[in-house]
Design a protein around this ligand. Sequence first.
Ligand code: LCS
Length: 393
Amino acid sequence: MKSKNIGFNSKLIHGGEFNDALGSATVPIYQTSTFKFDSAEHGAACFAGESDGYIYTRIGNPTIHALEMLLAELENGFGGIACSSGMGAVNTVYGAMLAQGDHIVSSAAVYGPSRVVLETYYKKFGVEASFVNTADINEVRKAIRPETKLLYIETPSNPTIEITDLKACCDLAHEHGIPVAVDNTFCSPYLQRPFEFGADIVLHSLTKFINGHADIVGGVVIAKDEVLYKKLRSVMVTLGFNMDPHQAYLVIRGVKTLSIRIDRAQESAMKVAQYLENHPKVEWVRFPGLASHPQHELAKTQMDGFGSMISFELKGGLEAGRVLMNSVQMAILAVSLGGVETLIQHPASMTHSKVSADGKEKAGITDGLVRYSVGIEDVVDLIADLEQALAKV
Ligand code: LCS
């Protein structure tokens, strides 16, 4: 089915392009590492890019390709590059866009390893990085240098749930000839499509909302045009960040329910955020749907919903947060996010523990910050769970 003119929910079910000789109604798992050539000439033509035939699963595979086409269509991009993990996607972007002597400007509040890999490995290869609050366009402007080759944005940010103005940042970067990559993991294309605001590259940890069932780790990079697509794809292939066909199958299965999962989770998240904001033991709550969120108005224009990620701090700081995390019974104390099950975690000692104290401070990651990823359980149960846990604080 050619699906360009159908709605988002229909694309989740019928998007991408997949047809096989047996007429499979869903995409099967092509669990093979290599593919037979019809002849020596056919093999040579495949390697020369003169035939569409598959060669080897690190380079391409029908199950993985079906997922790549679907995700590119959901983001309105040119092509997708599936990766073994979200970090595989992050490193595909850094590897393709940065070389010795180059500089990257990144959101300070990004997933911890997305920052730490720049401060360690890429630094070894002569790449410099500036981490700024990209929610403040002036900070981005001040950080740009002649050698800046990438603006990297995470919005909403992990774990501070700050919102960066995508259009303003893309316009500014493009004035300086700098491409923009956006980690869209916290929204998924259901809630935000960064290409609409001028982004050049979109990436995701598929481990989160897109797969949604906490049973795989995966990533994807989506390019806005063919030139970028080829550049990014060659990094994934040569550095071996490829996905496995079974992973791809599970993500294709998981993504079909993306919108109904997010609808439920974000409705509950709004109620949980309001409950927390009114609780006497809570110091502050950060959720884009609350009028108290500093970028609430921007979120309304840039996102099609407020998502289901909440961060908050208790009046008793870290110690109170620890009691809360040890007392919840329904929310699972675990890292990751965006699944059907509600998760709670402590970024300063878990997902962002390798970020320096200074880096955490500049990114607004306080020791008392607790991150809560709302799942699709009954919201009354989630609130009752928080109520009994907060009573112990
Ligand atoms: N980008 C964002 C925004 C993420 O939240 C993560 C993982 C990644 C990239 C990397 O993806 P992965 O390799 O794990 O698939 N975020 C995690 C988190 O907040 N808790 O555990 C993992």
